[in-house]
Design a protein around this ligand. Structure first.
Ligand SMILES: *[C@@H]1O[C@H](CO)[C@@H](O)[C@H](O)[C@H]1NC(C)=O
Ligand SMILES: *[C@@H]1O[C@H](CO)[C@@H](O)[C@H](O)[C@H]1NC(C)=O
Ligand SMILES: *[C@@H]1O[C@H](CO)[C@@H](O)[C@H](O)[C@H]1NC(C)=O
Ligand SMILES: *[C@@H]1O[C@H](CO)[C@@H](O)[C@H](O)[C@H]1NC(C)=O
Ligand SMILES: *[C@@H]1O[C@H](CO)[C@@H](O)[C@H](O)[C@H]1NC(C)=O
Ligand SMILES: *[C@@H]1O[C@H](CO)[C@@H](O)[C@H](O)[C@H]1NC(C)=O
Ligand SMILES: *[C@@H]1O[C@H](CO)[C@@H](O)[C@H](O)[C@H]1NC(C)=O
Length: 537
């Protein structure tokens, strides 16, 4: 008996230990997979399915994300930031001196503090989505009962601390008891007399006023590296151009933020190329266009403030100067993304130069942040905001609708054509379906802003019998050749006019959409199709 059971007992023990070992191996495997695929939360990788897909499709790095909207740092902050340095104007000054109605009760003196107080109270009542920051003293408008006043503000829906300007014309009356009342307010930017005078100094030589007109609030000049000694003291991370060049903008950002993230991790200054190539899908010619300035799209001033960056041209010039003088600068060349950021952490070289010479897709910058590195390197989304010049256009559009509008995001384009991935999208965003659905969600005759990648302007005409429809192209004078935007971007572009391209459209559409009171999305609200294609939600 015992001789027969013995081997069985031993076998049983062997079997149990084998099973245990397998479970252990399996657990380790699961753990490893989880560790490798873990990514910090990112706007494009909201669902775990999207995450898996991006990982399994490195071969084909076309980001299947929605490219008709672009979220950047200012849209991702969970709650509005708090700033102590700027205190919003909450209410008019508590005690206003009873002023003397002279020479006659109906005389309106715009610099009288009571006028400003009346206007402030009026604004607070009307523009609930606006935080008023500072007012200038009102100045007379075009007639005796008008005053123009300028102020700075921010929108409650915008989470950056950027400030914008408005100046409006108000009609006021002085009552018998000297009370001042606002009886009417002009539209966005109507108070032209209060508009800040452009501080332009005439050129001493020719006496001519320089043509260059700049937004005083924008300072996105390119920083210089400084003296030789400073250059040597610095620590740089330099990425040479990789396969990302001329890819879609989402790809560009994904890669750029990887580089910037690695620089932050290594405590180095990121050497960045401000010249970007816009993929053909966003250009009017349909061809890739080189030489687009980063500052057309993004806020370089903010980037300079929150991250350590230096422009590539400046950097290479200084580096060349030192090399000419036979000054050896400690340099570490990194030929492959397979050398991880963690391996470079101990490196003391002045310059770490990542080269991306391998064939695609081995030459994408973002590959540096894959795998283990993803646990250490975080993409600094907060450093990336949209260009203030574009945001001025956004403010102007929202301001012209008096900040009182609803919006619908209508995704069409390629997705509507692709019946395999989005079987109902085309039908659900057809003009008739839009009218039926929007009538249930939006009050009649509201201002309705349509953010869309549908190119045919008259596509939304059926909505016009229900709502006041606004489309981005309705505002094309805001970037036309008489606009501030046109002047400002031209001065960034060595005096050559800049085209308002598809990518800028996407940015402006996104931000106007985010300022709407009621927002209707394509996916969920208009169609039950999934955002990323069939069976992804
Ligand atoms: C990459 O994706 C695009 C668009 O999704 C598709 O047309 C193309 O065939 C894909 N290429 C490969 C190699 O999978
Ligand atoms: C208007 O009011 C300001 C401030 O109260 C005062 O200094 C100024 O003299 C007034 N102007 C006239 C014409 O009354
Ligand atoms: C712009 O910012 C740079 C620092 O990035 C500063 O040195 C320069 O003085 C600023 N220029 C103006 C006009 O404020
Ligand atoms: C980062 O680098 C700067 C100088 O380049 C140095 O002063 C600072 O101590 C470094 N910080 C860390 C955390 O290494
Ligand atoms: C602006 O554009 C319009 C139409 O495109 C053109 O007729 C006009 O001459 C342009 N003006 C300037 C100053 O370039
Ligand atoms: C743009 O520049 C032109 C020429 O310098 C000037 O005449 C025009 O007033 C400027 N427009 C704006 C909106 O600043
Ligand atoms: C759109 O759908 C979301 C999610 O289902 C819902 O929370 C939201 O209220 C809808 N919006 C409108 C305007 O009905």
């Amino acid at each position: 008996m015992s001789s027969a059971t013995e081997p069985i007992g031993q076998n049983l023990i062997k079997l149990i230990s084998n099973v245990c070992f397998s479970v252990f191996v399996f657990a380790v495997l699961i753990f490893t997979v989880v560790a490798i695929t873990y990514q910090p939360p990112d706007p494009w990788l909201e669902s775990s399915k999207a995450l898996t897909r991006v990982f399994s499709s490195v071969q084909n790095a076309t980001f299947q994300t929605d490219d008709s909207l672009l979220k950047t740092g200012e849209d991702l902050i969970p709650s509005p930031p708090f700033s102590i340095s700027i205190s919003p104007v909450q209410s008019p000054p508590p005690s206003i001196q009873p002023h003397i109605c002279s020479p006659s009760p109906s005389f309106l003196n715009c610099s009288d503090p009571a006028v400003l107080a009346a206007i402030q109270a009026f604004n607070l009542r009307i523009f609930k989505s606006i935080v008023f920051l500072d007012y200038q003293t009102p100045v007379p408008g075009s007639s005796a009962d008008e005053c123009d006043v300028a102020w700075r503000f921010r929108n409650r829906k915008e989470k950056s601390w950027r400030r914008y300007r408005d100046f409006r014309r108000f009609k006021l009356t002085v009552g018998d008891n000297c009370g001042i009342e606002v009886t009417g307010a002009g539209k966005w930017h109507s108070g032209t007399n209060a508009r800040r005078q452009q501080r332009l100094k005439p050129d001493p030589g020719s006496g001519r006023v320089p043509a260059r007109i700049r937004d005083e609030d924008i300072n996105d000049t390119i920083p210089t590296v400084g003296s030789e000694a400073e250059f040597r003291k610095g620590r740089y991370l330099y990425y040479s151009r990789g396969g990302d060049y001329c890819k879609g903008m989402n790809h560009f950002l994904w890669s750029f933020l990887c580089g910037l993230g690695e620089a932050t991790y290594l405590n180095r200054t990121f050497v960045m190329d401000l010249s970007i190539c816009l993929s053909g899908s966003y250009t009017s010619t349909g061809k890739d266009e080189e030489g687009k300035d980063f500052r057309f799209y993004f806020d370089f001033e903010h980037l300079k403030e929150v991250a350590s960056v230096v422009e590539e041209g400046e950097f290479l010039r200084d580096w060349r100067k030192l090399r000419k003088k036979k000054n050896r600068i400690p340099l570490r060349k990194v030929p492959s993304y397979k050398i991880t950021p963690m391996q470079l952490q101990k490196d003391k070289s002045t310059i770490i130069w990542r080269q991306f010479d391998a064939p695609e897709p081995e030459n994408y910058w973002y590959r540096v942040c894959e795998g283990q590195a993803a646990k250490y390197v975080q993409r600094p989304w907060h450093a990336l905001w949209k260009s203030k010049r574009l945001m001025n256009v956004v403010s102007e559009i929202s301001g012209r609708m008096d900040w009182d509008f609803d919006a619908v995001h209508v995704v069409r384009g390629e997705k509507a054509q692709n019946k395999e991935m989005w079987p109902n999208l085309d039908r659900d965003t057809s003009p008739d379906a839009l009218v039926v659905k929007l009538k249930q969600m939006i009050q009649p005759w509201r201002n309705l802003y349509v953010a869309t990648n549908e190119l045919f302007y008259n596509y939304f005409d059926k909505l016009r019998s229900q709502f006041k429809v606004h489309l981005l192209v309705d505002y094309k004078e805001l970037w036309g050749n008489t606009s501030e935007w046109y002047n400002e971007t031209m001065s960034l572009n060595e005096g050559r006019p800049v085209e308002f391209d598809g990518y800028m459209r996407v940015e402006v559409d996104t931000e106007v959409l985010y300022r709407a009171k009621t927002r209707v999305e394509t996916f969920n609200n208009l169609t039950m199709d999934c955002k990323d294609g069939i069976n992804t939600c």
